[in-house]
Design a binder for this molecule. Structure first.
Ligand code: ADP
Ligand code: MG
Length: 693
């Protein structure tokens, strides 16, 4: 069976069903067979309800006999369900599951539940499962097909919408899996043998219909390896191709201008900064293109490394570009760098999307004729009309905000040579992600902060303490400090209970913070207004900056030592850590107060981690673990494909192996045509395309 064949060629799929399948991304046979089960119902291990015991973790399955909902004193919605099979009844307690309630019908719906058995509230009689680890709603028409369920030891359960019947879906997969699937293998034989992996066809068949647990494990192992191998192979080949086809610039070793800039700095580089700077110098002095990622926690001093690298490029007669994710950050870099470099006769320009036409034209001309040595800007830098005379180095600050494609676009602006590329990120990227998204980059770490930083003390508080919190802010301002108040949204929206920055601003300036010099900053302001505000805050004229997350990255005002984050539960931990990184930059004790407006116990627990953990890398790993890769990566705009089976968090070891083996496979000769084919099938070019193979 041809895997590219449209799904409609299958028996039982008409236009209507095809449409339904398309909604979940299934258009051809390959999409279908790589739609892997979410879990399996291990029939042999379902415990009769009459035999469950307190303290055990069990699988049970039964029909819903009764259902009731009430509000608890802690503000949670408790949904109680009585579930019965032929042997007994057990109570199930679900919290805040509005959606579930709507789906269930008493006497009709059945549930599969995996959870820990305890006693029902208020007694030692009735058993209850309150700690529900996972569950599945089994529709009525599904439960009737008992013979189907019993025919395989592990019944695959797929995440599919209500309008597709589980039984139908399984039948489709079965239809394909009982035939020969012509899917090619990218992982070479000798590697599969080494790791005891199945070929792809076998692995796919077994993942849907395993006969034993061992088979299931092996199928999973094979497919996870294959997926990570694919991505790594794609990225590494891309890099190689890049370097072979295009010559990089060979910069000369350090000289006067770089030394002067370094000597003019108000501080010495830390040992960590010095180490990274040396790594960069070596890269730049080679005639292959530099592609390096510099990772360092917020405040570790990456900017200065970027500046030195840019000066090195300029001293060699090339232009440099520094791309920042927000206008505010671009403005700030521009101000600082101009001050540092213009006395040395380096011409610095600023290019953002909102410049006036005339200003923009001037910058564009300067870049094209080479009178501008260094340009700092936002996404505006990657517009087609931006042409450089001889771009030698591209630095992207806060790389996690840009996708792989945007990075590539700026690189493409070099003329005869590929410009060197340096990417900076403060958002700690878990190792798994460095190896996947940034698999084509070399990585440097700045592992320590410059000396003399005071730790930031972080507190999680409920809104009822706001009067105390803002009194504290007021007291600190009276001592000469400054504060950030951060809110999630710009405007109030009707169907959200999130607090808006405007609302908070009005409230504070007429209440708690009356009499202080407050300003309101958000992304919709004009650049000039933003610049003035930041300038005012930097110079100390403004005491309190009420802001959205536009200040998240890079903003540097050492006298600001307090941050209050309203509605903190709406942010990820990595993002909160970024925000928090705005304070603790000077000599003063710094305080970050997270106001939790959430009602969810989990989000509170998550916030409490901020009190305990100050290492951004540890927080990022926790964030990833707690929210799952979808949300975590979603908020990062990373350019990572949706992985079909591998789990970036749990499969690190496999990833590392895959990476080593890809290198061997490439040396041995990898079939690029097949690789490209599979990459295209698997990710539909949303991820990467290796051209010209
Ligand atoms: P980030 O890595 O978050 O971009 P920055 O480059 O903005 O950090 O640096 C944070 C602050 O630390 C800046 O005020 C910068 O001037 C200062 N800084 C950087 N390197 C050093 C150093 N070696 N010694 C002292 N201060 C430093
Ligand atoms: Mg920075």
């Amino acid at each position: 069976m041809d895997i590219r064949e449209n799904i409609q060629f299958l028996k039982g799929v008409g236009p209507k069903k095809a449409q339904a399948l398309k909604k979940i991304g299934i258009e051809n046979i390959y999409d279908l067979i790589t739609y892997y089960p979410r879990r399996y119902e291990d029939q042999s291990q379902i415990v009769p309800i009459g035999r469950i015991k307190v303290g055990e973790v069990v699988n049970i399955q039964g029909r819903i006999m009764a259902m009731a909902e009430k509000n608890t004193r802690r503000g949670l919605k408790l949904l109680t369900i009585m579930l019965a099979d032929d042997t007994g009844v057990v109570q199930l307690n679900f919290f805040n599951q509005d959606y579930l309630k709507k789906k269930l019908k008493v006497q009709k719906s059945s549930l599969f539940v995996h959870g820990k058995v305890g006693y029902a509230y208020g007694g030692y009689g009735q058993l209850a499962i309150s700690q529900i680890i996972s569950f599945d709603v089994i529709n009525n028409d599904n439960i009737d097909s008992e013979e189907n369920i019993n025919s395989c030891a592990f019944m695959p359960i797929y995440t599919i919408p209500d309008y597709i019947k589980p039984k139908d879906f399984r039948n489709l997969i079965e239809q394909v899996c009982t035939q020969d699937i012509l899917v090619k293998d990218v992982v070479p034989n000798f590697i599969r043998e080494k790791y005891d992996l199945w070929d792809k066809q076998t692995a796919i068949k077994k993942i849907h219909f395993p006969q034993t647990r061992q088979e299931l494990e092996k199928a999973k192992k094979s497919l996870i390896f294959e997926e990570l191998f694919l991505i790594q192979a794609g990225l590494l080949l891309l890099k190689k191709q890049h370097q072979v086809k295009n010559k990089g610039i060979k910069f000369l070793s350090n000289s006067e201008l770089v030394k002067t800039v370094k000597n003019n700095l108000p501080f010495n580089l830390t040992a960590e900064q010095e180490k990274v700077w040396q790594e960069i110098c070596l890269d730049m002095q080679k005639d292959v293109q530099m592609q390096r990622l510099v990772q360092g926690d917020v405040g570790s001093g990456k900017t200065v490394i970027a500046i030195l690298s840019l000066v090195k490029a300029i001293e060699n007669g090339y232009q440099g570009a520094l791309m920042a994710p927000t206008e505010i950050l671009a403005l700030q870099h521009y101000g600082k760098i101009k001050e540092l470099l213009e006395p040395l006769n380096i011409h610095v320009g600023l290019l953002t999307g909102s410049l006036k036409v005339k200003e923009k034209r001037q910058i564009l001309e300067g870049l094209a004729d080479g009178t501008i040595d260094l340009v700092i800007g936002t996404h505006a830098l990657i517009q087609d009309n931006v042409i450089f005379k001889n771009l030698g180095l591209v630095v992207t600050d806060e790389q996690h905000r840009f996708g792989v494609n945007q990075r590539a676009k700026l690189e493409g602006k070099g003329e005869d040579f590929l410009p060197d590329v340096l990417v900076m990120t403060a958002t700690p990227i878990p190792r798994t992600m460095t190896l996947t998204v940034y698999g084509d980059l070399d990585v440097s770490f700045i592992k320590e902060l410059p000396p003399g930083r005071k730790p930031i003390r972080t507190f999680v508080r409920m809104p009822d303490r706001r009067n105390l919190i803002y009194k504290f802010v007021k007291d600190e301002v009276a001592k000469g400090r400054q504060a950030y108040i951060v809110c999630p949204l710009i405007e109030e929206s009707e169907n959200s209970d999130a607090v808006s920055v405007e609302m908070i601003y009005d409230e504070l300036t007429s209440g708690y913070l009356y009499g202080l010099n407050c300003a309101l900053l958000h992304g919709k302001l004009k650049p000039k207004e933003k610049e003035d505000l930041l300038q005012g805050f930097l110079s100390g004229k403004i005491d309190v900056l009420v802001s959205t997350t536009v200040i998240e990255v890079g903003v540097n005002v050492p006298n600001a030592s307090i941050m209050v984050i309203e509605g903190a539960e709406r942010f990820g931990l990595a993002q909160l850590h970024q925000l928090r990184g705005r304070i603790g930059r000077g000599e003063y004790a710094s305080y970050c107060i997270l106001i939790n407006r959430g009602k969810n116990a989990n989000s509170l627990e998550r916030l409490h981690l901020m009190e305990k953990i100050s290492d951004g890398f540890v927080l990022a790993e926790e964030d990833l673990r707690l929210r799952g890769p979808g949300q975590f990566f979603g908020s990062m705009q990373h350019g990572l494909p949706d992985l079909k089976i591998a789990d970036v968090l749990n499969d690190v070891n496999v990833l590392v192996n895959a990476r080593v083996e890809v290198q061997r496979a490439i040396d041995y000769g990898i079939d690029k045509k097949v690789l490209n084919e599979i990459l295209e099938l698997q990710y539909k070019h949303r991820f990467l395309k290796i051209s010209d193979v």
